[in-house]
Ligand binder design. Structure first.
Ligand code: GUN
Length: 294
């Protein structure tokens, strides 16, 4: 009879790491406030997408809890593209706002790319602007997208040296997969990006020292696809048949093989919001330095 081995993987706790990083954000925010500057984030929500409403509420609450100033701009789904662009322009010129986040998806009649490109790159705390993507590509200062940035912090938190390691990223989105691959490359990993047209995903993942799963589909990664001791980061946010939150990784199986694993919930999710605060604080610090206030 086959005996199921016990979980061996160390769990990387996103709630605990996020809390530690947010405490640092609060300290740096207090230091800026002592000089009369409060970091400010504007969150823009158009329409009444239920998931988006939850996300923006959480983002605004995290800001307030961290001592940052935040503004939630809610508009009806009938808002025109021109009206939204005018609002972005006003926020670009508002000195009390250091970060601007337009929650996606936007209603179909609004061109999301055009809206993101209208955000000043100095306030692009989501890291979605082409200027931010370009800065990451060439290793210049900019803003890193919050989810892959949070994944990097999780890998850093276990003292893992990526140099010479093989990292496999599953998923090639502009928001997670592609920037994740560039960040891993910047730390001298050898990086493979896998996607829906990859011929033999298992052959790739079995060679990986680090696997980042960012597809948005359950059980993309199972125990038989993982090298013993590998670091597994799960970006997925899905529901199982019982309606419970789960990631892209078969956690029960993979945690018996991997060396480190992130859970869902309580893994990458809390880190994404944390990195939004980090980016907003960073934007305020850069603005203060540029204006000779810091
Ligand atoms: N929609 C889902 N995730 C995100 C995010 O991280 N940023 C924005 N702006 N919209 C999203």
């Amino acid at each position: 009879m086959a005996i199921t081995p016990p979980p061996t993987a160390h769990i990387i706790d996103g709630n605990a790491l996020g809390a530690k990083l947010r405490a640092d954000v609060s300290r740096r925010t207090a230091a800026l406030q002592a000089r009369g500057i409060t970091p400010g984030l504007a969150v823009v929500l158009v329409g009444d997408n239920p998931a988006s409403q939850v996300y923006v509420r959480n983002k605004v609450k995290a800001c307030t809890d961290g001592g940052l100033h935040s503004v939630l701009d809610r508009y009806p789904a009938t808002m025109t593209e021109a009206e939204l662009l005018a609002r972005i322009d006003a926020l670009n010129h508002d000195n009390s706002i250091h970060g601007i986040l337009v929650q996606l998806p936007l209603p179909a009649h609004i061109d999301a790319h055009k809206v993101i490109e209208a955000i000043s790159p100095a306030k692009d705390v989501d890291g979605f602007h082409v200027a931010s993507a370009g800065a990451l590509m060439v290793g210049q200062p900019g803003f890193w997208p919050c989810t892959p940035y949070g994944c990097m912090k999780m890998i850093e938190s276990i003292g893992y040296d990526l140099r010479g390691k093989h990292a496999v990223v599953i998923g090639r989105s502009n928001i997670v997969g592609k920037p994740m691959a560039l960040m891993l490359l910047q730390k001298n990993a050898t990086v493979t990006i896998c996607h829906s047209a990859t011929a033999d995903l298992k052959a790739m993942t079995l060679q990986a020292d680090v696997i980042v799963a960012a597809v948005g589909k359950r059980n993309v990664l199972t125990a038989d696809m993982v090298k013993p001791g590998a670091v597994v980061i799960d970006v997925g946010m899905n529901r199982n048949d019982e309606g419970k939150l789960c990631g892209d990784v078969d956690f029960d199986g993979v945690s018996r093989v991997a060396g480190f694993i992130t859970p869902v919930p309580g893994g990458v999710g809390p880190m994404t919001i944390t990195m939004l605060l980090v980016n907003t604080l960073e934007a305020a610090e850069r603005d203060a330095a540029q204006r000779g206030l810091a």
